[in-house]
Design a protein around this ligand. Structure first.
Ligand code: ATP
Ligand code: MG
Ligand code: FE
Length: 333
């Protein structure tokens, strides 16, 4: 019933204790953002070193806050991919050592399935389900017939959505990661620059964000050369409407074509207020019978609670790993 979960795939060291896969007893998240800010992105070597320093403290804190005894735990869930290899190995080693020392089974969890299962803290999953995964490294539409069954029906052909946010933010002089700030600026501006909506009308469920990113960067650079000033809030709003238009239109179409009962939006970009509002409206008007679920803001970004939620389902199916479990940096769902 109780699972200790560990996440270290990127720049958050996180440890959680989860009950029955959907109740959070603790969810400690140590972010390294301040160390990566000055480099404008995550530096793998720096990330690994932070995980080494943070992981034991996070484990102690998670157990203490959950107020449980180690012998009440039924397993240890851990992210084994995708992510940075050095970062993953720290969490894996900690999870294996703890599991081995306490005679607990090891539950391997795919980070992206973790993002999807964060929805279980809001409501039970109902199938067939469509997941819109929007994060720093992924933009995918995933069709799920049942627990553990993933069919990627569309994905980005170039940049991930969150990556585009971060790159565009850098051009505006914002610090990394800039998704949240662009979202806030977008609410103060209007779509006056009309960027392209890449692949929106194409008959597939793929995405592309590099054209939008280039259009944005060119506009800003050309204006700089001509000494013109652009309105940053309007730039943010224009960029964000292009992203949202494409994501919403393809997601609605995917749900219709696959006739799903539930739509889950997950991943770091699912914290975007504009996207949450627009997708909620679109579902209400165009997918009357579909249940739309988005995790609370705190559970959209990387955290171990979601790994515990996915791990609980894996354990129920008897999916355990042996001690040779290794990091798989580029594993897909
Ligand atoms: P992945 O999950 O694909 O391996 P990741 O774990 O690095 O990648 P997440 O932590 O899930 O990614 O998400 C981080 C991304 O979310 C960053 O690119 C960040 O800019 C973006 N993001 C966070 N909040 C918002 C927001 N409000 N609007 C848009 N983007 C946001
Ligand atoms: Mg992160
Ligand atoms: Fe993530």
């Amino acid at each position: 019933r109780l699972i200790l979960a560990i996440e270290s795939s990127c720049d958050e060291t996180s440890v959680a204790v989860i009950e029955d896969g959907n109740k959070i007893l603790s969810n400690i998240i140590a972010s390294q953002i301040n160390s990566h800010k000055r480099f404008g992105g995550v530096v793998p070597e720096v990330a690994s070193r932070h995980h080494v320093e943070q992981i034991i403290g996070c484990m102690e804190e998670a157990l203490e806050e959950a107020d449980i005894k180690v012998d009440e735990l039924g397993g240890v869930a851990v992210t084994y991919g995708p992510g940075l290899v050095g970062a993953l190995l720290i969490g894996l080693t900690a999870a294996k050592s703890f599991a081995w020392a306490n005679g607990l089974p090891l539950i391997p969890v795919n980070h992206m399935s973790g993002h999807i299962y964060a929805s279980r803290f809001v409501s039970e999953m109902s199938f067939p389900m469509m997941a819109l995964l929007v994060s720093g490294g992924h933009t995918e539409l995933v069709y799920m017939k049942e627990h553990g069954s993933y069919e990627i029906i569309g994905e980005t052909r170039d940049d991930a959505c969150g990556e585009a946010y971060d790159k565009v933010g850098r051009v505006l002089g914002l610090s990394y990661p800039s998704g949240k700030e662009i979202d806030e600026m977008a609410h103060l501006g209007e779509d006056t620059y009309h960027f392209p909506r890449a692949m929106m009308k194409e008959d597939n469920f793929d995405f592309s964000f590099s054209g939008l990113k280039s259009a944005f960067i060119n506009l800003v650079h050309n204006a700089e050369q001509r000494n013109e000033t652009l309105d940053n809030n309007n730039l943010a709003a224009s960029f964000q409407s292009s992203v949202i238009d494409v994501l919403v239109s393809k997601t609605i179409r995917a749900c219709q074509e696959y006739d799903v009962k539930q739509l889950v939006m997950a991943g770091g970009v699912a914290a975007n207020k504009g996207l949450r509002e627009r997708l909620t409206q679109a579902v209400e008007s165009e997918l009357v019978d579909v249940d739309f679920v988005v995790p609370p803001f705190k559970l959209c970004g990387d955290n171990a609670a979601m790994i515990g939620a996915a791990g609980f389902i894996e354990a129920k199916k008897g999916h355990f790993a042996d001690w040779s479990l290794n990091a798989k940096p580029s594993i897909t769902l």
